[in-house]
Design a protein around this ligand. Structure first.
Ligand code: ATP
Ligand code: MG
Ligand code: MG
Length: 259
């Protein structure tokens, strides 16, 4: 059975501690692909949801003390139950508050994948001091930098940009699907981080899961732009394209180069 078919059959439960900007869009995107999302950020529910989810997504946008505490609780609960955890370390290096919480997550929670833009990945690698804000400040997406981070934290790294890099520290794939219109709407990266959740829940090899997730997402963006006139109509068109996405379309349109 294909990966997307499996997601539609399993309806994996994806627990997201994500930000105020992305929450609605990420939930809709997850429903469109066939997953079942929960969005909650109170520390009081984090352990319970972390124990029963099929994947947990920790997104550092609009960070608060509560969200930070909830992420650590959910991440640890997921680890204890063998549930994959995805981290989106938004604007790491930008402020001490978020950098400290990101470092605590990185050192206490075992991650299935880190999904971030190339600038944030460079900060995690130590080759760039600060991400400044949520937007990537570097254009080139260096596979070797992503590989360094994958090895450092023993995880899959999904480093996004014009070309997306997926690596587990040994294998490297360049994923070339996608559309620049993704840069003209908010939370396209946040939705992608949540979107990785259902894929790691049904594909045991998280490197393969990462490739399939970014490729599917990129193809949906390409198909959406066949219908959209601009950023406003791109948002619903992307949800439509995710809803109608199939394994056959992914097979037909995928552009993946393994190094
Ligand atoms: P967000 O603004 O939601 O935090 P991000 O900065 O974390 O996003 P991006 O690197 O912007 O993440 O990636 C979001 C999506 O946009 C990905 O699917 C990525 O492939 C795509 N993307 C990023 N840069 C480009 C580009 N220059 N051309 C085409 N697609 C791009
Ligand atoms: Mg961006
Ligand atoms: Mg981001």
């Amino acid at each position: 059975m294909g990966v997307i078919a499996k997601i539609k059959e399993d309806k994996p439960f994806i627990f997201n501690i994500t930000n105020e900007v992305a929450s609605n869009f990420a939930a809709n995107g997850l429903i469109a692909i066939g997953a079942s999302p929960a969005m909650s950020h109170t520390p009081r529910e984090a352990k319970d949801y972390g124990e029963i989810a099929d994947a947990v997504v920790l997104n550092l946008g609009t960070l608060t003390e509560d969200r930070g505490e909830a992420m650590l609780k959910a991440g640890k609960a997921a680890n204890e139950n063998g549930i994959p955890v995805i981290l989106d370390p938004i604007a790491v290096g930008g402020t001490d508050f978020r950098t400290n919480i990101i470092n605590e997550i990185l050192t206490t929670v075992k991650l299935a994948a880190i999904r971030a833009n190339a600038g944030e990945i460079a900060v995690l690698a130590g080759t760039l001091d600060e991400a400044k804000g949520p937007d990537s400040i570097i254009q080139e997406n260096d596979p070797e930098i992503a590989k360094t981070v994958a090895k450092k934290y023993d995880t899959v790294v999904i480093s996004t940009g014009e070309v997306d890099v997926v690596t587990d520290g040994e294998r490297i794939a360049l994923c070339k699907n996608g559309h620049e219109m993704l840069q003209n709407i908010t939370a396209s990266g946040c939705l992608l981080s949540s979107f990785v959740g259902p894929f790691v829940s049904v594909v045991d090899d998280f490197y393969e899961a990462g490739i399939y997730a970014v490729t599917s997402y990129g193809i949906a963006a390409e198909l959406a732009m066949e219908k959209a006139a601009g950023p406003g109509t791109f948002i619903p068109a992307l949800l439509d394209a995710l809803y109608f996405l199939t394994d056959e379309k992914v097979e037909k349109y995928k552009q993946v180069q393994e190094l």
